[in-house]
Design a protein. Structure first.
Length: 314
């Protein structure tokens, strides 16, 4: 199969028929064999019924997964990636703000230009300048600086992947923003971007608020730590624990030396005594944390376990 389109959705019953028809038109015109994987992330409207109807309208092409409750976009993408069978996996949002007309260019970047991952760049946006555009620019600048991946729009939902990429990574929590970073940590370094069209929302309302940017920076710190030290946590905790302990030991040595030189020098009344004691304790705790982290498995067995209510064609 040429293409799997993984489309997470939450309460998008109005846009799904138009989106499926548009994708079918583009893929048929380009002679692509394809599947559409709609991942219903706990919708409370008739989205799942619409997906069932579309599976009858486009037999063999439209498939679906329905969560019992809302788990988030990362969970939906992770389940879609596991089910996808195409040589190229393309993700897009279900709200018609991503144009299916971009599919051929994204597919060509993966197949012809041999990239592992192609991220969309919505150069011209229709979002509110202050509530979305400005925070998004700050978020992207911070991610570029930390990851070393020069992309303008990490959070763009329109992306294309070589199959091996999505089968090699796990996406959990709210890490969907950092799939390029996760892919890089897994050794996929041929990452680029493609300018794509951003369309004004036609139906419904946005499902994201300001909190996603706060969570985004926290997730960036988390994924950076896991990527660098996930397999060797002692290199982080042990290093800082040793440094902090040595600073405390150095201060203690200074206090002892001062006591030996000056008879009336009282160590326990000096603020440095308590600073040295605190640093020594923190240093030991960090060192022990490194040992414990080495013993604890980084990947919990149920980290990507979700209650799936129903499946269609999978």
């Amino acid at each position: 199969m040429d293409i799997s389109l993984v489309i997470p959705l939450l309460n998008e019953e109005e846009s799904l028929p138009e989106l499926a028809a548009w994708i079918h038109k583009v893929c048929t015109a380009n002679n692509y064999s394809y599947e559409i994987l709609f991942i219903d992330d706990g919708s409370t409207d008739d989205s799942w019924q619409v997906i069932l109807n579309l599976s009858q309208q486009f037999p063999g092409h439209v498939k679906g997964i329905k969560f019992q409750r809302n788990y988030g976009k990362s969970a939906a993408l992770n389940e879609g990636f596991k089910a996808a069978k195409g040589n190229v996996i393309i993700t897009m949002d279900a709200d018609l703000q991503d144009s299916p007309d971009e599919i051929p260019a994204l597919y060509s970047k993966i197949i012809d230009d041999k990239y592992d991952l192609v991220s969309g760049w919505k150069k011209k946006r229709f979002d509110n300048k202050f509530t979305k555009n400005l925070p998004s620019k700050l978020f992207n600048a911070a991610t570029r600086a930390v990851s070393g991946i020069y992309l303008h729009d990490f959070n763009c939902g329109l992306k294309a992947y070589r199959q091996k990429v999505v089968k090699s990574i796990e996406v959990y929590g709210e890490m969907h923003r950092y799939i390029p970073v996760i892919a890089k940590w897994h050794g996929f370094k041929k990452i680029t971007e493609q300018v794509v069209e951003h369309r004004a929302r036609k139906y419904g309302v946005s499902k994201f608020g300001w909190e996603r940017f706060v969570n985004g920076f926290l997730d960036l710190a988390s994924i950076t730590f896991v990527g660098k030290f996930g397999k060797r946590p002692m290199h982080f905790f042990g290093l800082w624990g040793t440094l902090v302990f040595l600073i405390g030991a150095g201060i203690s040595f200074y206090l002892i030396l001062a006591k030996l030189i000056f008879d009336n020098y009282y160590i326990t009344v000096k603020p440095l005594f308590y600073i040295a004691l605190t640093l020594a304790i923190i240093g030991v705790q960090l060192f022990l944390a490194g040992f414990l982290a080495e013993l604890i498995a980084r990947n919990a067995p149920d980290k990507n376990s979700y209650n799936i209510e129903d499946k269609l064609g999978i």
